[in-house]
Design a protein around this ligand. Structure first.
Ligand SMILES: C[S@@+](CC[C@H](N)C(=O)[O-])C[C@H]1O[C@@H](n2cnc3c(N)ncnc32)[C@H](O)[C@@H]1O
Length: 319
């Protein structure tokens, strides 16, 4: 048997990365595309914060009184290098980083069904800048691993946690396709905003299932089309202007996918229509947002003429 199987998961994680650190070598290159984000990341890491609060909607890293006015300006300049800010909000040394998504609303919807995370190994697949990972820290997990293949988001998280210094949070330039490196590793796995971007969603759920420990919990969040039928929409090119969208299921269709992948105790605990209260243009994300993705005269239809999205939340177990 592979000796890695006998190691505690945190050590196993280090071991796995040592055996396959191609991605780290790749991102450490001195090329423009990496330096663009690594440079502000390294600048922000020079400001370790004393005051951290992950309990409230605005994740707070540092207080205004911990830095001078000049330092605060430098911090804001470097934070802005990560624009567009998709997920948040964050308050960093008194600077209000108001992201496109009001991610606290998603967190509030799932907080009541969270399993015990104390001392547990957690994965957040497609973690973006780690907003939800920070929100997990009050639950005292042993380790949260963020899977995030975007260099921008990867360095944004590294910058934020360089200041927040939460030792039990880590990120790697990995995608859901790297889950096979982690057989039966996770007690809890979050997969939010990902499944409709997969061309083989059931295969993806099977890989998630394999990476969970027996007894592990999946928290799955997805776009969905409204209705009770057991169907998925397959858009011609884009859905709500988003390319790379494959199957957009109904809630019942998603439940069927989960059952076929082996999950039990499948509980759809929330479904709500998407809105431009939740996803909108801000000073930190100045491009088009949700209001531009749906028909101006009819908020139930996307610009392509498809049913406008709901969001669904499901909790499911691996027995
Ligand atoms: C729609 S966002 C969802 C972010 C966050 N999980 C949430 O629910 O707010 C999708 C995220 O997945 C990341 N992503 C892209 N390709 C991925 C892949 N192959 N595996 C995992 N994540 C991926 C994107 O960079 C982005 O951060």
């Amino acid at each position: 048997m592979n000796y890695i199987d006998h190691l505690p998961i945190s050590a196993k994680y280090d071991e796995i990365l040592k055996t396959d650190n191609t991605l780290q070598k790749w991102v450490n290159q001195d090329k423009k595309g990496f330096l663009r984000y690594r440079t502000p990341c390294e600048a922000l890491q020079q400001f370790p914060a004393s005051k951290i609060n992950c309990n409230d909607d605005w994740v707070q890293i540092g207080n205004t009184d911990e830095v001078t006015r000049e330092e605060q300006q430098k911090i804001e300049f470097n934070l802005r290098q990560f624009m567009p800010w998709r997920k948040g909000p964050f308050s960093v040394y008194g600077i209000s980083v108001d992201s496109e998504w009001q991610s606290q609303r998603k967190w509030q919807r799932l907080v009541d069904v969270l399993p015990d995370m104390k001392g547990k190994i957690v994965a957040d697949i497609g973690c973006s800048n780690g907003y939800y990972m920070f929100r997990m820290t009050p639950y005292e997990p042993e380790l949260v691993i963020g899977f995030e293949p975007s260099v921008q988001h990867y360095y944004c998280f590294k910058a934020l946690n360089g200041m927040a210094r939460q030792d039990n949070l880590d990120i790697n330039l990995m995608g859901v396709e790297h889950l096979n490196l982690f057989p039966e590793c996770f007690d809890v796995l979050f997969c939010m905003g990902i499944i409709y971007h997969r061309s083989s969603p059931v295969e993806c759920l099977r890989e998630i299932y394999s990476s969970l420990r027996p007894g592990g919990t999946l928290i799955l969040e997805s776009q969905a089309i409204p209705g009770e039928s057991e169907m998925a929409l397959f858009p011609k090119k884009t859905y709500a202007k988003v390319p790379g969208t494959y199957f957009v299921p109904t809630g019942n269709c998603l439940i069927n996918w989960l059952a076929r992948a082996g999950f039990t105790d499948i509980n759809l605990f929330c479904q709500h229509p998407m809105s431009s209260i939740e996803q909108r243009q801000t000073d930190w994300m100045t491009f088009e947002s949700y209001a531009d993705f749906i028909q101006p005269q009819d908020s139930t239809i996307t610009v392509e003429g498809y049913p406008a999205p709901d969001r669904v939340f499901i909790k499911a177990l691996k027995k």
